[in-house]
Write a protein that binds this ligand. Structure first.
Ligand SMILES: Nc1ccn([C@@H]2O[C@H](COP(=O)(O)OP(=O)(O)OP(=O)(O)O)[C@@H](O)[C@H]2O)c(=O)n1
Ligand SMILES: C[C@](O)(CO)[C@H](O)COP(=O)(O)O
Length: 377
C-alpha cells in the first residue's frame, strides 16, 4: 500500500506565545515536531512531507529523512495544500494529515485509521465530548448545549489522496480541519477512537501536560531477547541481517536462514510476549519454505505498532569465524533500518568469533543473539 504523511508545521503559535513557535520548542530535549515525526514513523508512516514556514528552513533541528516544503500561506489549509501538491507526482493511495503541534499520535490510533480507509474515503480520530457544554457571555453562563453526538477532532486525519486533493482544490477556505474540507466535497468520513494523549499544544499549560505524558511513558518499556542457530551447508552465499554475502558455504534453513534477522525478530516478539517466529510462521507450513526473512521482521514491527509501542533500540550479535562481518556492519544496520522503518542509529550489529571453540569455532554454523527494547509510542 502506498501511503504518505503530511505534517503541517508552518504556524507561528500566537496563542502559545514565548517567541519560538511551539513545534520547535523542546519536549524532553527534542523539538515537539521531532516527537511527531518519530511517532508517525513508529506507526509505519515513513514517507513524510514537512510543511514549514520559510523562516524555519535553516534550523539545525529539522527532523531528517523528510521532504521539506515551505509556505507563507496564513491558514493551516494553505499548508495542507502545499503538502498535497508536493505529493502530486507520486500520488500515494492514502495520505495522513497531521498537526506538527501534536507530538503523540499513537500507533494504535493510526492502525485504526488504516483499517477504516479500507472502506471509507476518509477517517479521522476523535473523542466523544464527556463534559457538559455551556455557552458563556461576559463571565456568565448564557445557555447550555447538548453534548449528544459531539466529538473533539484530532489528527492525523486520513484520506484517499486524490479525493482530498480535489476537495482542497475546490474549497473556498475557512475550514479548521481537513474533515470539514472533505465533507464539504461530499466525502463520507469515518470516526475512529482518538487518544487522550494526542493533545494539540495550544496554550502554555499544554506543555506541562505533554511533559507529564512523556514522564509516564518512560516507565512503559518492554525488553526481549532472541537466539538462533543455522548450520552450514553447500552453497556460495549467506544472508545476514538483510545483506547477501558471498561465502564458500550457505546456511541451511526452512526460510532464507538469515540467522541475525531471526534472532532480532524473536527478540521483538519476545518483548511483546507474543511467542517467536515459529508461532507466527510455522515451519510445518510449506508457504514459508524459502521465505525471505524480512517478511518475519516486518510482521514483528507491525505487531509492535499495533500494540502501541515503538522500537527504542536493538542490538544484534553474530557469532562466527567467517565470513568477516566488520566490513558489512553498516550495510546490515541500514538494511535492518529500512525494513523496520526506524533510524539506523537505533540499530547495532556486531560480531564475535568464539575463539575457534564449539560449533561456530569449527565453522559448522552461525549463531546469533539479539536484544530489543520497546517503549510506548
Ligand atoms: N498557516 C499555518 C497555520 C497552522 N499550521 C499548523 O497547523 C497546526 C495546528 O494549528 P495551530 O495549533 O492553530 O498552530 P498555530 O497556527 O501555530 O497556533 P496559533 O493559532 O495559536 O497561532 C500546527 O501544527 C501549525 O504549525 C500551519 O502549518 N500553517
Ligand atoms: C486540525 C485540528 O487540530 C483538529 O482538531 C484543529 O482543527 C486545528 O485547529 P487550530 O485552530 O488550527 O488550532
Amino acid at each position: 500500500m502506498r501511503e504518505a504523511a503530511i505534517i503541517v508545521a508552518a504556524g507561528r503559535g500566537s496563542r502559545m506565545g514565548g517567541g519560538v513557535p511551539k513545534q520547535w520548542r523542546a519536549l524532553a530535549g527534542r523539538p515537539v515536531l521531532a516527537h511527531a515525526v518519530d511517532a508517525l514513523r513508529a506507526a509505519g508512516l515513513t514517507r513524510i512531507v514537512l510543511v514549514l514556514h520559510p523562516e524555519d528552513l535553516n534550523r539545525s533541528d529539522i527532523p531528517g529523512g523528510c521532504t521539506l516544503v515551505a509556505t507563507t500561506g496564513p491558514d493551516r489549509a494553505d499548508s495542507v495544500q502545499a503538502g498535497l501538491k508536493a505529493l502530486e507526482a507520486e500520488a500515494p493511495e492514502h495520505v495522513y494529515i497531521h498537526d506538527g503541534a501534536r507530538p503523540f499520535p499513537g500507533a494504535g490510533m493510526i492502525a485504526r485509521l488504516r483499517q477504516a480507509l479500507q472502506s471509507h474515503a476518509g477517517a479521522a480520530p476523535a473523542l466523544a465530548v464527556t463534559d457538559s457544554l455551556w455557552r458563556g457571555d461576559g463571565g456568565l453562563v448564557s445557555g447550555t448545549q447538548s453534548r449528544e453526538g459531539l466529538y473533539r477532532a484530532q489528527t492525523p486525519q486520513a484520506f484517499h489522496y486524490r479525493a482530498i486533493s480535489a476537495a482542497h482544490a475546490a474549497h473556498p477556505g475557512g475550514a479548521t480541519d481537513d474533515v470539514q474540507v472533505a465533507r464539504d466535497a461530499g466525502l463520507a468520513i469515518a470516526i475512529v477512537d482518538g487518544d487522550e494523549d494526542n493533545l494539540k499544544l495550544t496554550w502554555p499549560e499544554d506543555f506541562d501536560r505533554a511533559g507529564r505524558i512523556l514522564k509516564g511513558r518512560d516507565m512503559d518499556i518492554r525488553m526481549g531477547n532472541g537466539f538462533d542457530v543455522h548450520a552450514f551447508t553447500e552453497g556460495d552465499h549467506v544472508w545476514l541481517c538483510g545483506v547477501k554475502l558471498p561465502h564458500d558455504k550457505a546456511l541451511l534453513g526452512h526460510s532464507d536462514a538469515d540467522v541475525g534477522m531471526h534472532a532480532l525478530t524473536d527478540a521483538i516478539y519476545g518483548a511483546l510476549a507474543e511467542g517467536d517466529i515459529g508461532t507466527h510462521f510455522p515451519p510445518s507450513d510449506p508457504q514459508w519454505k524459502g521465505a525471505e526473512s524480512h517478511i518475519f521482521l516486518r510482521h514483528a514491527m507491525e505487531r509492535v505498532a499495533a500494540r502501541g509501542y515503538k522500537l527504542a533500540n536493538c542490538d544484534v550479535t553474530l557469532m562466527c569465524e567467517r565470513p568477516k562481518i566488520g566490513p558489512h556492519q553498516l550495510a546490515m544496520r541500514q538494511a535492518l533500518a529500512e525494513i523496520m522503518g526506524v533510524d539506523v542509529a537505533q540499530i547495532s550489529v556486531k560480531a564475535t568469533t568464539t575463539e575457534k571453540l564449539g560449533f561456530t569455532g569449527r565453522e559448522e554454523g552461525i549463531a546469533s543473539q539479539a536484544t530489543a527494547l520497546l517503549v510506548r509510542a
